[in-house]
Design a protein around this ligand. Structure first.
Ligand code: ATP
Ligand code: MG
Length: 567
């Protein structure tokens, strides 16, 4: 993928459709349906932040439009004033752009269509296809029947169009309280499809809407807003998730009865990811009850959380391509997402040295007060990334785990009497250790170095088994390091016994905050700058710039430690 801000698709090359949706679209293009036009939309409800499942839908809708030289609209499906908010609208706009897609000014709101939808409703009433029903929500539910038992017809079903029109207009005028009346489609109370049993089209809600204010006190249901909005915008292929398959007959019924442009609804399986919950209701609960620090907590599966964790748009788009488009429910291993970010950051991330669990290492025969500037490779995968200078001095920090006093034979790092190379610098030999007299903990490792072994010199060919990363104690910058792990401990967090809650599967160790040292270069970072801390993993400068010290979020370890733990 190129570095340009928005994604462009290379068409022409690929002859076989990538998935069943593209196969359907190509069939439509061959048949000249809609004049060969392809127009999709991404229709979020602004009642939460977008998550990785939405990212899949965004990539599919915008990607399809790009592939077939079509268009994709951004449409806010804002028909429920109770749960929606402008904060969410703003975050959604930001996230779609960040992923690399552009709606080219076609930003629409279902609420913009309220006047038209209202006209549509009157049209159905006049056709005798909709009626005002005075039953309560409970009564309507009771009379709905079951999939095997027909429902009962409402006693208000046979009101005349005139009476319905009068009542509906008075509903709109605000004469009736919430819940007292609804507008229902008059279809078939015996239909095997429950959604066709006189579904509710409009309900009374005396609540201010984030865009239309107090202009309306009746609001259309999803089923009376979505298809009509698609039709108004001339959407040709209305791609949605599988749970709407059973709504499709109603979608088509409304379009047919209203005699308006007919988009084609196509369903695919929603993306599910292991160790993750994706329902907005649950994500909102985690935020509201402070299980996480916010929608953009780096442990959240939200796009904003992934961004703060260090994920790149390219890695998410690549993930979305790799998971494909399925017709049946399935669950994708979160390891695939981690694979995608590792692969992308391996190509792009600046390498630096950082020590997360430091112990002091003193090179006794190295001149005091001397600083050598060691050239270090910025990214071995990218020759253009160049080199930088890393200061080397007599006193360093190395990783505590890289030293063992009494090592097993397979331990190739530092131990008494053993030699290792310090990356970009010299071969050193451990001579002795100093311990805290009380705790017994090692406080200093004393070494000698061989001046003839400077890395990169022809005469420095001497081989040792281990190479360690390090930072100069005098130059290192103290940083807060946030080691994130999976938010949930179980592969399917929502799979809990009756009466229990998915929150019991929260991983108590999903965040560990430590203090570490990074080389000076890494301290001059901008928010979201990405690094590979050599031998440790990928880290991302946190987006919150108010902290006193630099803060790095661990994006992902270098290797999949969970896969190892499982095998
Ligand atoms: P909720 O979690 O409240 O049920 P939702 O996840 O369906 O809502 P919407 O804002 O309605 O959220 O979703 C916008 C679009 O994204 C819809 O077309 C929806 O089908 C799609 N979408 C939502 N979740 C996923 C997912 N996990 N995988 C693929 N597409 C998704
Ligand atoms: Mg939805």
């Amino acid at each position: 993928m190129s570095d340009s801000k928005t994604v462009s698709e290379n068409t022409g090359e690929n002859k076989t459709p990538a998935n069943f949706i593209h196969a359907m679209i190509e069939e439509d293009i061959r048949n000249g349906k809609n004049g060969g036009r392809v127009h999709t939309r991404f229709p979020p409800e602004p009642n939460g932040y977008l998550h990785i499942g939405h990212a899949k839908s965004i990539c599919l809708n915008f990607g399809t439009a790009l592939k077939y030289n079509g268009k994709c609209n951004l449409r806010f499906d804002d028909t429920n004033p109770v749960k929606e908010d402008v904060e969410y609208v703003d975050s959604i706009r930001y996230d779609v752009h960040w992923l690399g897609f552009d709606w080219e000014g076609r930003e629409f709101y279902a609420s913009d269509y309220f006047p038209m939808l209202y006209e549509f409703a009157e049209k159905l009433i006049l056709k005798g296809k909709a009626y005002v029903c005075d039953l309560t929500a409970e009564q309507i539910a009771e009379q709905k029947g079951t999939p095997t038992r027909p429902g009962q017809e409402s006693p208000y079903r046979n009101r005349t169009p005139e009476e319905n029109l009068d009542l509906f207009r008075r509903m709109k005028a605000g004469e009736f309280p919430d819940g007292s009346r609804v507008l229902r489609a008059k279809i078939d109370m015996a239909s095997p499809n429950m959604h066709m049993r006189d579904p509710i089209l409009y309900r009374i809600i005396h609540t201010e809407h984030h865009r239309t204010g107090n202009q309306w006190c009746i609001y259309p249901m999803y089923d009376f807003a979505h298809g009509q909005s698609d039709s108004i915008e001339g959407i040709t292929h209305s791609i949605c998730t599988l749970e709407f398959e059973v709504h499709r007959p109603l979608y088509d019924w409304c379009i047919r009865e209203l005699e308006i442009f007919a988009p084609q609804q196509i369903e695919f399986a929603r993306l599910n990811v292991t160790y993750t919950v994706m329902s907005k209701r649950k994500l909102l609960e985690l935020v509201k009850n402070n299980y996480v620090s916010g929608w953009d907590d780096p442990r959240m599966p939200t796009i904003s959380g992934l961004r703060r964790r260090g994920y790149t748009p390219e890695s998410i788009r690549n993930f979305s391509d790799l998971v494909g488009v399925a017709k049946r429910e399935n669950v994708i291993d979160v390891g695939l997402l981690e694979f995608c970010i590792r692969e992308d950051l391996n190509k792009k991330a600046q390498r630096v040295m950082g020590v997360l669990n430091p112990v002091k290492l003193i090179i006794d025969n190295y001149p005091e007060g001397l600083t050598e500037e060691m050239p270090a490779v910025n990214n071995p995968e990218d020759p253009e990334a160049g080199t930088r200078k890393v200061p080397f001095t007599r006193e360093l920090y190395i990783e505590r785990e890289d030293f063992m006093e009494d090592p097993p034979s397979k331990f190739f790092r530092l131990a008494p009497g053993r030699e290792v190379r310090l990356k970009y610098a010299y071969i050193i030999k451990c001579e002795s250790v100093v311990k805290d007299p009380v705790s017994g903990e090692i406080t200093e490792i004393h070494c000698t170095y061989d001046p003839e072994t400077l890395s990169g010199r022809p005469e420095s060919n001497r081989k040792v088994k281990g190479t360690l990363h390090w930072v100069s104690a005098a130059h290192a910058v103290e940083a807060e390091i946030r080691l994130y792990d999976r938010l949930f401990m179980s592969e399917d967090p929502e799979d809990v016994p009756e009466g229990e809650d998915y929150k019991k599967n929260l991983n108590p160790d999903s965040l560990k905050v430590i203090r570490g040292y990074v080389e000076p270069f890494a301290a001059n970072t901008k928010p979201l700058d990405k690094f590979q801390f050599e031998r440790l993993g990928y880290f991302c400068a946190d987006s919150d710039t108010t902290a006193a010290k630099p803060v790095f979020n661990r994006t992902v370890a270098l290797k999949d430690s969970w896969a190892k733990a499982k095998s």
